[in-house]
Write a protein that binds this ligand. Structure first.
Ligand SMILES: Nc1ncnc2c1ncn2[C@@H]1O[C@H](COP(=O)(O)OP(=O)(O)OP(=O)(O)O)[C@@H](O)[C@H]1O
Ligand SMILES: [Mg+2]
Ligand SMILES: [Mg+2]
Length: 552
């Protein structure tokens, strides 16, 4: 629905209650598409002092993540308004999203299914009965003054997420770690505040208000930025495989709040700070590592860590204080009176005459879960004999596994050879031109055809690389056509090759002596020189035989 509501919903001046929970913003006026707000500064309350520890070297970081994943759905959680990124401001706002009196929430079945599916993929127990609560904030981008969330009884609890974490540079040093998931709750997203610092105004866009979120709350099981980034990347792949969230962090579909503290192992956990709304895995790792070090430095210098909300300034590479953290009771949680308990069923509990369109069956969702990234990697390694690290690359790039399998179906080349071409040659070009797999200039069939020419000995491997680059540039030409036009076919003419080999040997007497003394590796250099002369087209086996024969 277009924005007439926003135009007519005339918020009036709200009186300040000093020191109360309403004192964050003062609403002073509205205009057609935007509410104008002045932001008073707030004063941080002091947290309890943290006891000073003697040995700073022993302090370690503790990290717990809260992840907000936007559910991939056509419409919002409780209204029929459409969900679309970067639509004109306030063009996707229903009466309910603007919180007009008399409007009521109606839960979106697709969003509940997505939450159940995600919870099952993350090994959670599903609560067959869950509840909705109002969590009160006073922010301009939350017109109702509260968010509908699941505070008392969330839809799922007690799950886990396993991810691989590289300890050193090598894949052989990768370790599998598991982080516990405390709960998953369904909740509404807020609108967006757009700050105009020159005019000291904040403009409000309610398109995002009411979009469905899954808040995935992890236990504080991680200890550094790289671990947290690896866990988020794995979660992103799981959500994308399920189709429950598109997981584009840059577009805010996956937003991470990092809770960070430091302590000495064995001691109780330290006071946490919360770095809000980080929208890239790289910045998440940087923000966490910065914050751990900052807290250690504070404690070493005799200071105290305050329980505060911070933000990551990626330009400075630092976390900076944002606003003080409200304590739990300040949210004034109350049960949402306009929504009944959310009930989901399993095979046993589904009522006999229930209309399948009216009930959500957990068991049915479980049997239809797609293959998850970890299972896919194991299958790729087992089925095609590729290296585990290659399976990670295949699964991490959207559509790359399917591309690889399509090439295999049309070529005689071994999977181990094909994977090299897909990962080294194709992926390098995709990255260079900033393209996705589906935008590749070379189709799986064309690559298969090229690899068949290589297998049949029609071209050498270095000529194949030249053909590959030409295929990328001239997408309409087949590999065979390019080989013919550019005369890149394998040269096996003994007379021509013999002459070039002899010229190379005559010009490299030192190398010849070294080979005669037993240094066989120098032969590769001479083979390379012949190939250079031949533009990579010479039959490598013939070149090797001819060089060896002429040396001895
Ligand atoms: N001492 C600690 N150090 C690091 N992380 C912690 C610590 N204690 C709790 N956490 C993490 O903080 C997060 C708390 O999230 P939770 O949603 O329960 O509450 P909240 O942050 O108070 O509320 P909100 O949803 O409003 O942000 C969890 O991810 C948990 O793992
Ligand atoms: Mg939370
Ligand atoms: Mg939090």
């Amino acid at each position: 629905m277009a924005s007439p509501l926003v135009r007519t919903c005339g918020f009036c001046v709200v009186k300040l209650q000093r020191g109360g929970w309403f004192s964050k913003y003062v609403l002073i006026s509205t205009n057609t598409f935007a509410f104008t707000i002045v932001r008073p500064t707030t004063v941080s309350p002091q947290s309890k002092p943290t006891p000073r520890k003697n040995d700073p070297k022993q302090r370690v970081g503790v990290v717990g993540l809260e992840i907000h994943a936007q559910i991939h759905s056509n419409t919002k959680l409780f209204s029929g308004a459409r969900v679309q990124f970067s639509a004109p401001p306030n063009s996707l706002v229903s009466f309910f999203d603007a919180s007009l009196p008399g409007t009521l929430p109606v839960i979106n079945r697709r969003c509940v299914e997505a939450a159940v599916m995600t919870s099952l993929a993350l090994n959670c127990s599903i609560n067959k009965k869950s509840l909705f609560d109002r969590k009160h904030y006073f922010y301009a981008d939350l017109p109702a003054g509260y968010q509908i969330t699941q505070h008392r009884l969330p839809i799922a609890v007690n799950g886990s997420l396993s991810y691989s974490h590289l300890v050193g540079q090598k894949w052989s040093q990768a370790v599998v770690k598991t982080v516990r998931i405390k709960q998953i709750q369904l909740e509404q997203d807020s609108g967006k505040s757009l700050h105009d610092d020159t005019r000291k105004q904040t403009l409000i866009d309610l398109n995002r208000a009411g979009v469905a979120l899954m808040e995935i709350v992890m236990e504080p099981d991680m200890s550094c930025g790289e671990e947290a980034a690896a866990a988020v990347r794995e979660l992103q792949l799981i959500l994308q495989a399920l189709g429950t969230c598109q997981g584009n962090m840059a577009e805010g579909q996956l937003r991470v709040d990092a809770n960070i503290s430091v302590h000495q192992p064995g001691d109780p956990l330290g006071v946490r700070t919360e770095v809000k709304n980080i929208n890239s895995a790289r910045f998440l790792a940087k923000a966490i590592d910065f914050e751990i070090q900052r807290q250690i430095d504070v404690l070493v210098n005799g200071g105290v860590v305050h329980n505060e909300t911070r933000t990551f300034d990626f330009k400075l590479g630092q976390t900076i204080p944002m606003r003080d953290k409200e304590s739990l009771q300040d949210y004034r949680f109350i049960p949402e009176p306009n929504l009944p308990p959310l009930i989901v069923y399993d095979n046993e509990s589904t009522p006999v005459n229930a209309d399948p369109q009216q009930v959500i069956n957990i068991d049915l969702i479980r049997v239809n879960l797609p293959e998850l990234p970890s299972a896919k990697r194991t299958r790729l390694v087992d089925q095609y004999g590729i290296l585990p690290e290659h399976s990670f690359v295949l699964v991490s790039e959207d559509g790359l596994t399917e591309y690889f399998v399509s090439v295999l179906q049309e070529t005689k080349a071994e999977p181990k050879k094909v994977i090299g071409w897909v990962i080294k040659e194709l992926l390098a070009l995709l990255k260079q031109y900033n393209l996705t797999v589906s935008q590749s200039h070379i189709s799986p069939s064309s690559l298969a055809e090229l690899l068949n020419l290589l297998e049949m000995g029609v071209i050498s491997s270095s000529a194949a690389k030249q053909v590959f680059l030409l295929m990328w540039k001239e997408c309409d030409k087949s590999p065979q056509q390019i080989v013919k036009e550019q005369d890149l076919g394998l040269v096996q003419n003994e007379k021509i090759l013999e002459e070039i080999c002899q010229n190379v040997l005559d010009g490299h007497l030192e190398e010849v002596t070294a080979i005669k003394k037993g240094n066989k590796r120098v032969l590769n250099k001479l083979i390379g020189l012949v190939q250079k002369e031949m533009k990579g087209r010479a039959d490598p086996i013939m070149v090797k035989t001819l060089l060896e024969r002429n040396i001895s």
